[in-house]
Ligand binder design. Structure first.
Ligand code: GLC
Length: 511
């Protein structure tokens, strides 16, 4: 069971309104109480923060904003003392434009060794004023930016699949892999237990960088045939990474792999590549029993042929929170609680995004002036981006920033979150936090959760039911009316179940 921390938004120890590593350390007791096994901490390396830290200027140092190296060393030690593993987020596909390599590339000539670390090309057209190909950036606008050469004239273009502040590295250059290996070892030697690898289906680019046939201008999405991602050469990169991790017996890698096709997804978790790959099938599924069942079957089918462990996630720092996706308000909360119970009943690794355990909604009405996601600027203010799922965690008290910080939180927090704070929910038996704690504990200790399979049961229309080989039965009622529960003792239910009935928008575990 992994718990994803978006460090800017988790807990602030120094009052600057931005969460940091000492803030996380101060909350380790809470995470222990919640019952998770491992943390995935979004990027905390040195960064100018053009994309919340996914623009890394030095991958082997911690940004002072998050407390610097000393705070990381302390956090690793204290987490380990409490039996919690620490997984870091690394960004192999690109660096920050403030990385010394990029500064050197800009200062050097076309064709130089310095430029070979990135993807520089001449433009098209008589004066090279047209980008080298037609690729758009995932964050809007073209994926190329033209540079001013040291002689002051407009010159080559560099590729950035994300923001211009995130130039793509040239993984065809062996120097890049060698440096990344150094980064892996650097953190593993300091006790980090594993890595989440950002855009793990990126890195390798097709020879000749051909134009896209169908230019996808919708932001933050792409399909499997998009030449910007999922190039077969990426697997050789994963094999090299795995060789390093294999030198550290318990180290784990988790790749961010936005690939729909099951066979192609499974390739990323072959025994000599990634240990785990994020699978977004459940997160992309509406609250609909047939769709949820198909997402589960699909997720299991994708990893079964290669013998890998399935992964499950309902939300993360890039997608709207599930409460809102499922309709918002009390119904959205009820559905999110039910889906958490479906997720935790499944075999494999579960990733919980910070705040999901509090039943937080997305904050879709942040004032425009507060928006920080580069998508907002890059889209010419047509797409608000991902800040709505990154609003800080409410810890305690009756008013913002709810103990998150002693200063002003970097994104404003809704006053109505007073009812959702950790303090308000911790001792309340019916709270979402209590439900998460009970569910996580049961999943960890009960023998009924054993076995890698999911056996489907017949169920009324709009519902689903499955059984784990160990004996756990999970029932989801996504229909609008109560249904009769199957025989057995109710271990846990997301809503009170009376007279053998399960309410609409609820789930139950039976043994
Ligand atoms: C991944 C991250 C996202 C980031 C992007 C660029 O998709 O999850 O937050 O913006 O990579 O690094």
């Amino acid at each position: 069971m992994f718990y994803q921390i978006y460090p800017r938004s988790f807990a602030d120890s120094d009052g600057d309104g931005i969460g940091d590593l000492r803030g996380i350390r101060d909350k380790l007791g809470y995470l222990e109480l919640l019952g998770v096994d491992a943390l995935w901490i979004c990027p905390v390396m040195r960064s100018p923060m053009a994309d919340g830290g996914y623009d890394v200027a030095d991958p082997r140092d911690i940004d002072p904003l998050f407390g610097g190296m000393a705070a990381m060393v302390e956090l690793i030690a204290e987490a380990h003392d409490r039996g919690l593993k620490v997984t870091m987020d690394l960004v192999p596909n690109h660096t920050s434009d403030q990385h010394p390599w990029f500064a050197a590339a800009l200062a050097a000539a076309p064709g130089s060794r310095e430029r070979e670390r990135y993807i520089f090309r001449d433009g098209r057209g008589p004066d090279g004023a047209t980008p080298p190909n037609n690729w758009p950036s995932i964050f809007g606008g073209p994926a190329w930016t033209r540079v001013i050469e040291p002689d002051g004239r407009p010159g080559q273009w560099y590729l950035h699949i994300f923001a211009p502040e995130q130039p793509d590295l040239n993984w065809a250059n062996p120097e890049i892999a060698a440096d990344f290996e150094q980064t892996l070892r650097f953190w593993l030697d300091r006790g980090v237990d594993g890595f989440r690898l950002d855009v793990a289906h990126g890195m390798a680019k097709p020879d000749g960088l051909p134009d896209m046939e169908r230019v996808e201008t919708k932001m933050l999405v792409h399909d499997d045939d998009d030449p910007r991602f999922n190039n077969p050469a990426v697997h050789e990169i994963h094999r090299r990474i795995r060789k390093v991790l294999d030198e550290y017996p318990d180290a784990v890698s988790i790749g961010e792999v936005w690939v729909d096709d099951n066979t192609r997804f499974g390739e990323y978790v072959r025994p000599d590549e990634l240990h785990l790959a994020f699978n977004f099938r459940l997160a992309e599924t509406p609250f609909d029993a047939d769709a949820v069942r198909a997402a589960i079957d699909n997720s299991l089918a994708a990893v079964a042929p290669v013998g890998a462990v399935p992964t499950w996630t309902l939300s993360n720092h890039d997608i709207a929170r599930e409460v809102t996706r499922y309709g918002g308000g009390p119904v959205g909360v009820a559905r999110a609680r039910a889906m958490m119970m479906v997720e935790l009943a499944l075999p494999g690794a579960v990733f919980i995004y910070n705040g999901a355990e509090l039943g937080l909604p997305n904050v879709d009405d942040l004032p425009e002036a507060a928006l920080r996601d580069p998508v907002w600027e890059r889209s010419g203010h047509t797409e608000r981006g991902r800040d709505g799922c990154r609003v800080p965690i409410p810890w305690e008290g009756a008013a913002p920033p709810f103990g998150f910080s002693t200063g002003e939180s970097w994104l404003p927090m809704p006053p109505e979150w007073a009812a959702s704070t950790v303090e308000a929910q911790l001792e309340a038996l019916g709270s979402t936090l209590s439900l998460y704690r009970m569910a996580i504990e049961l999943r960890g200790v009960r023998p009924e959760f054993a076995g890698p399979r999911v056996e489907w049961y017949g169920s009324p229309a709009g519902c689903l039911a499955f059984r784990r080989p160990g004996g756990l039965v999970c029932v989801l009622n996504a229909s609008p009316v109560p249904i009769a529960l199957p025989p057995g003792d109710v271990l846990l239910a997301s809503a009170p179940s009376e007279n053998g009935q399960l309410a609409a928008n609820a789930a139950a575990w039976l043994v």
